[in-house]
Structure formats: structure tokens, C-alpha cells
Design a protein around this ligand. Structure first.
Ligand code: NAD
Ligand code: MG
Length: 384
């Protein structure tokens, strides 16, 4: 019996929802992992605790000021850096063979590209990176022979359902959507919802941005584009179905009519762990699913009038080029402004739609063009 060597990992966004759950998986399987790098934003206390506990070789935090502040609190041998350069150091400058991209937003793009350039396997949670520049990320991964393994629960489900099958036999895939915090609200009822209401997700506990994205259905739109890049499927082959229980995490339909689905209780540690244990499976502390207890599972057609952001995402995906870049950047600003109580909930979709209406999509954009368009869309979304 050949004993596998320990897996060396780096995490960018280690203090967030996905980052902390990844470290939870590491703690449950200490014999499997060495943590080579940790990078975080501004959550100083948790960052200091994580670095002291997991002793990575490299660590990074958002700004120089924060780095100065935490330096005396960290072991001297740890190489500490900050900002975008620090993120790149942690993602690409260690001996890690796998990088978990648990950062939020298109801010993860440069570090993800750097990690791929260094030949590192990507366990991808940071879907915005694939939405904003999917053609560049996937082309570089192909060139470098790098695997991008999904962490997002829907994409992990699809990945598992595709295991060993031929892509030509796939008729289509369906991503399930819980419906978010306001799934039973009418458009009228959405007018006056608060930040607090929006942050109460019925099934999953996640970071603030993705929780708002779930309520607007932008998250499912980002996931449709993410699936397009991860699995090389056309947008007409990707469907979305409302499934309030979040038990069927997504499914694949084959040309013979067979449907293969992946089921489980909603616990992100399962797809996170699978991206790290693949092709093996390990024990998990996640609660077991009892179908008898669940009794009944519901599925409903998606209402594109009720959730216009999902329609916009499909449109942007089909147009391609810089359209998804603009969709994503406008949404990042709109969500930040909503969380900051500058705009109401329904203004999120208004901002996205307005910024998109002012943009003429460019085909096959370079990284420079992506960066310019991303900045332009952010500026317009801020100005509205
Ligand atoms: P979060 O807000 O909880 O955590 C984000 C992490 O990134 C934090 O550690 C934060 O400090 C760090 N960060 C943010 N901006 C940074 C920057 N500029 N530089 C360095 N670090 C920075 O977010 P999350 O919910 O964990 O989501 C992370 C990603 O995973 C998102 O792309 C999200 O869409 C995706 N995702 C999350 C879940 C979930 O259950 N939370 C599920 C599926 C996919
Ligand atoms: Mg998801």
C-alpha cells in the first residue's frame, strides 16, 4: 500500500466563511495537510490566530498598516507581506501544490493567474474570477496542465455527477437554487427590505456578499457563467431550478434521459473537502442526510421576471467578452453600496442593468482590457 504524501495547501481569503471552513477540514485531517500560505483581508485577530496555529511559511494581509500592526504578534520566521503583491506571494510563491481561492470578488484574479502560472491546482471558491476573465483563466490552466477543482457546492455536485462520463453524452446540467432570503416575497415586498433581512439566508451561513447575491439571484447568475467555464458547456445546456431544501446540490442529464444528481445536507465542508481529497473521499463531520426525514423535496421553475439579474447573467454569458466582467464589477459595487446602506435592495439590479446598458462588449479581451473595463464599470456604478 502506497501512503500518499501530505498535501501542501495555501489559502487566499483564509478568514472568511470558506477560508475558515477549509481550515476546519484541515483540522479534521491533520495527517493529510501542510499549510504553506495564508492570506486575509482586514480581520486582524483571526488572521493572527490562524497564522500562529497553522504556521504557514508565508502570510499576507490587506495593507501595509495592518502588516506593521500584526508583525510583532507572529512567529519571526514567517514571511509576512501585504496587498496584491502579498496575495500573489501566498498564492504562487510557496511550495503549495493546491491553492484554495476563498477570497471574494474579482480581486482574486491576479493571484489566481499567478498560482496557475506556477502550476498549482486551484480549488476554486472565488467564482468572480471565472466570471470576470473565464477565457484567460481556463486558457492558462490548459496551457499549464493545471486542474481547476470546484468548491462551489453546485459545481462540486456537477463535477461528481460527470465523473467517468463522456462530455458528448451530456444533454445538459441543472444548477439548483435555494431562492435566497426573499424567495417567497413579491416584487412589491422587496421595495423596503433591509440589510438585516437580506443577510438572513434560510439554508446556508456565508459571507455577506454572497448572501446578498443569493437574495438577488446574482449568485446563481455568476454560477451559470462559472459552470460554462468549468465544464465547457454552452449556455443553452445550463438550466436553473428553484429547490428550497438545498439537498439536491445540482444534477446532470444525459442523452439517454438518465439524470444523475448529488445530494447531501447543506454543509460547505463537504465540497471543500472533496476538492482537496479528490479523487478520494474522506470521513466528514457534516451531518448525514436522511431522505426519510426529509420526506419530500420540492422543485419549481425559475421566474426570470421575479429575478431579472438571473436573466441578465444569462444574456451577459451569451454575449461573452467583457459583458460578464461588467456584470460582475457593477454587482460588486452595488452590493457594497447596499451593505453600506447607500442604496435600496432593488437598486442593485437597477445599477447592474444601467451600467450594462452603457457598455459595448469587447470580444476576447486581454487582461489589460479586463482590468480597464472592470474599473470603468465600478466607477459608473459608484456614480449612479
Ligand atoms: P467572506 O467575505 O466570508 O470571506 C472573504 C475572505 O477574503 C476573507 O478572508 C477576507 O478577509 C478576504 N479578502 C477579501 N478581500 C480581500 C483582499 N482584497 N485581499 C485579501 N483578502 C481579501 O466570503 P465567503 O463567503 O467565504 O466567499 C468567498 C468566495 O467563495 C466568494 O467568491 C463566494 O462567492 C464563494 N463561495 C462562498 C460560499 C460560502 O458558503 N460562503 C459558497 C460558494 C462559493
Ligand atoms: Mg453555490
Amino acid at each position: 500500500v502506497v501512503r500518499c504524501v501530505m498535501k501542501k495547501i495555501a489559502i487566499i481569503g483564509s478568514t472568511g466563511s470558506i477560508g475558515t471552513q477549509t481550515l476546519d477540514v484541515v483540522q479534521q485531517h491533520p495527517e493529510e495537510f501542510v499549510v504553506e500560505g495564508l492570506a486575509a483581508g482586514a480581520n486582524v485577530d483571526l488572521f493572527v490566530q490562524q497564522v500562529n496555529q497553522f504556521r504557514p511559511k508565508k502570510a499576507s494581509i490587506a495593507t501595509r498598516e495592518l502588516a506593521d500592526q500584526v508583525r510583532p504578534l507572529l512567529p519571526a520566521e514567517i514571511e509576512l507581506s501585504y496587498g496584491e503583491e502579498g496575495l500573489i506571494q501566498v498564492a504562487a510563491g510557496t511550495e503549495a501544490d493546491t491553492v484554495v481561492t476563498a477570497i471574494v470578488g474579482s480581486a482574486g484574479l491576479p493571484a489566481t493567474l499567478a498560482a496557475i502560472s506556477e502550476g498549482k491546482t486551484i480549488a476554486l471558491a472565488n467564482k468572480e474570477t471565472l466570471v470576470t476573465a473565464g477565457h484567460l483563466v481556463t486558457a492558462l490552466a490548459k496551457e499549464k496542465g493545471v486542474s481547476i477543482l470546484p468548491v462551489d457546492s453546485e459545481h462540486s455536485a456537477i463535477f461528481q455527477c460527470l465523473n467517468g462520463e463522456h462530455m458528448e453524452d451530456v444533454a445538459g446540467i441543472t444548477l439548483t437554487a435555494s431562492g435566497g432570503s426573499f424567495r417567497d416575497y413579491t416584487r412589491e415586498q422587496l421595495t423596503n427590505v433591509t440589510v438585516e433581512d437580506a443577510l438572513k439566508h434560510p439554508n446556508w451561513s456565508m459571507g455577506a456578499k454572497i448572501t446578498i447575491d443569493s437574495a438577488t439571484m446574482v449568485n446563481k447568475g455568476l454560477e451559470v457563467i462559472e459552470a460554462h467555464w468549468l465544464f465547457g458547456l454552452g449556455f443553452e445546456q445550463i438550466g436553473v431550478l428553484l429547490h428550497p431544501e438545498s439537498i439536491v446540490h445540482s444534477f446532470v442529464e444525459y442523452r439517454d434521459g438518465s439524470i444523475i444528481a448529488q445530494l447531501g445536507t447543506p454543509d460547505m465542508r463537504v465540497p471543500i473537502q472533496y476538492a482537496l481529497s479528490y479523487p478520494r473521499r474522506w470521513n466528514s463531520a457534516a451531518q448525514r442526510l436522511s431522505l426519510a426525514e426529509a420526506g419530500k423535496l420540492q422543485f419549481r421553475e425559475m421566474d426570470f421576471e421575479r429575478f431579472p439579474c438571473l436573466r441578465l447573467a444569462f444574456e451577459c454569458g451569451k454575449i461573452g467578452g467583457t459583458a460578464p466582467t461588467v456584470f460582475n464589477a457593477a454587482n460588486e459595487v452595488a452590493v457594497a453600496r447596499f451593505l453600506n446602506r447607500e442604496i435600496s435592495f432593488l437598486k442593485i439590479e437597477y445599477l447592474i442593468e444601467t451600467v450594462l446598458s452603457r457598455h459595448e462588449a469587447l470580444a476576447d479581451p486581454s487582461l489589460e482590457v479586463i482590468k480597464d473595463v472592470d474599473l470603468w464599470a465600478r466607477a459608473v456604478a459608484e456614480s449612479l
